[in-house]
Structure formats: structure tokens, C-alpha cells
Design a protein around this ligand. Sequence first.
Ligand code: NAP
Length: 346
Amino acid sequence: MIAAKGYAAQTAESPLAPWQFERRDIGAHDVQIEILYCGVCHTDIHLIRNEWFPGIFPMVPGHEIVGRISAVGAHAKKFAIGDLGGVGVMVDSCRECQDCKNGQEQFCTVAPVQTYNNLGHDGLPVYGGYSNTIIVNEDFVHHISDKLDLAGVAPLLCAGITTYSPLKRWNVGKGHKLAVVGLGGLGHMAVKFGNALGAEVTVLSTSPGKQEAAMQLGASHFIISRDEAQMKTAFKTFDFVLDTVSGNSDVNPYLSILKTNGIYVNVGMPAKPWEVSSFSLATGNKVIAGSGAGGLPETQQMLDFCAEHGIVSDIELIDIKDIHAAYDRMQKGDVRYRFVIDMKTL
Ligand code: NAP
């Protein structure tokens, strides 16, 4: 086993704190990564607090990982020692089910392994990126361009792919009006991608103070989502709504701003189920869709797209001991626009 250190929650009630633990030995097809940066996703908060379902504790969160390859398994061919590597929301899958064959390994039917809060194929718990090192099968490690700011690349591994994937799937682009709901980690990436793909982007936010930044990120318009008058002026305006909201909110107003035949895509995962009025859907033939992260080929495609277009996340780089303050600010919607942990501070 390989000695590792990180920050873990020992129970759903206890705060994150330093923890020494062991990772598995490097298998023939594994690589070891010395983690440089790890983004802080709202999912980390949902999971360590058991907001969705009971978790596996101790839990080391973190699934937006960028680092350097420090060791390579006997049969691993994809990376050399010293290369950059990135890991997102998953670290293994069966490779044989239809989803894996389709390049949608995140939905593997047989043996999916999330980056943390899961058991590996060896039956042992896996631990995430709030840590100095990680061992991952090379197939689940992505190539990272050395042209981009590495701290800003880390959030691409989850916030990036989770917003890029639905925009590509629904062919969002030139001539489309796209509304992005919630300007946090996912939302700000959706603005950047929507803009890069040629759509006209409007941000719907509960935070008036984010207006200027939304414009700088590439939005053309900004709407306060809790202002009924502003929402009324947006009635039947958008081809697509991409909802990235982490907290409980009423989605019916977001359906009202779609044009006829418009598509609402949800990626936010609030704990409470929604109530959707059948009238909100039937009137105007609305489509409600979901989207979960992205598969291996599309994640690499997204990273390459970012390298080509100079896209990274706008981040606040933090010391790992400030993680609690970061979580508190995220709970209040006060995030600009992704916290990233500098792993040198571990
Ligand atoms: P985040 O950085 O905390 O941003 C969420 C934003 O949502 C906030 O900044 C705020 O934006 C808005 N918001 C929060 N509570 C709200 C409420 N009650 N009503 C209206 N707006 C609210 O979170 P994130 O990391 O982007 O993650 C967003 C959600 O996506 C989380 O639930 C996360 O678990 C989920 N997620 C899903 C996937 C997937 O595969 N589908 C992947 C990653 C994350 P404003 O201040 O602009 O209003």
C-alpha cells in the first residue's frame, strides 16, 4: 500500500480534518499522480453531509484533480513520468456494458467507480483529490495541456465537462438564445462554453452582485431570477435553459422563459425533488432533460477544446485549511467562481 495524506470527514457530522491513509499499490495499468490542484465542487458538500444518501466514511472528497504523473504501472502506456494528468468524477468502470462502449462510462451499468465515496473493483473504498497523491487506472486519466493555467484547469474535470456535454448534445450554438441559471462553478463554465459555441447567453442569478462578472464571462444579459417583473420580460425568450442550481428552487418559472419547443436541461442536483406543473410542460411542447458529467472521450474532447480556445475556470486559489470557509461561502452562493485547493498547502 502507498501512504497518502489528505483532508477527510470521519462522519457526516464531523468537519474535514487532516487524515493519513493508504492508497492501493500501483497496478500494471495504473498511474500515480502527485496532485497539484483540486477543485471544490458543490457535490463535495452534498456528499460529505449525506444530503443525497448515506456516504462511505471516512470520506476524502474531490473530483477535479490535476497533477503530475509520478509513477507508471508495468503495462501502462498512456503517460510518462512527469506528464500532466487530470482525473474527474470517475476512476473505473466495466468497459464492456453498452454505456462503456458508447463512451458514457459515467453511466456504467455493471461496475462504475466514482472518484470518492465508492468502492473500487478490489472492494476497498476509494478516496478523492483533497490529497497529495492518487492511484488511477490510466484509462481514466486525461491529458492536460501545459499551455493553460493548471489551477484553472482542475474545475474543467467536473464543472467543465458537466456543462460542455449537454451544450454539445443539444447542439447549442450560433443563433440560439441560452439561459444559464445559477452563476457558480458549473454556471460560469456554461457561460464560457455557451459563448464559445456562438450562442447568446443570459445569466439568471439570485445574486445581483454577480452582474458585472457575468458580462465579463461572456453573457449578454443578466436577469435576477427572484424578480418577477424581470422574469416576465423574459417570457418565451430562450431556446435552451441550462439549470446549474445547487439549492432547492421552483423550476416552473424557468420553463416559462422557454420558447415553444424549447429545451430545459438540468445539471444541478438539489436534495429535494421538484414539483413541475403539467401546464408548464404541455404549454409550448417543452422538453425537460438531464445530464450527468461526461464520458472519457468527451472529457478529453472538452479539455482539447479548452486548450484550443484558451478556456479555464475563474478561480479563487485557497489553502486547504480554508476549506470550511469556502464551503460556507458556497452555501451562500458566494463563489467566484470555483474554489481550487493548492495542494502545496496540505
Ligand atoms: P456552486 O458553485 O455552489 O453554484 C451553485 C449556484 O446556484 C450558486 O452560486 C447560486 O448562484 C445558485 N443557487 C444556489 N442555491 C440556490 C437556490 N436555492 N435558488 C436559486 N439559485 C441558487 O455549485 P456547483 O459546484 O456549480 O454545483 C451546482 C449543482 O450541480 C450542485 O447541486 C452539484 O451537486 C451539481 N452537479 C451536478 C453534476 C452532474 O453531473 N449533473 C456534476 C457536478 C455538480 P447565483 O448566486 O447566481 O444565484
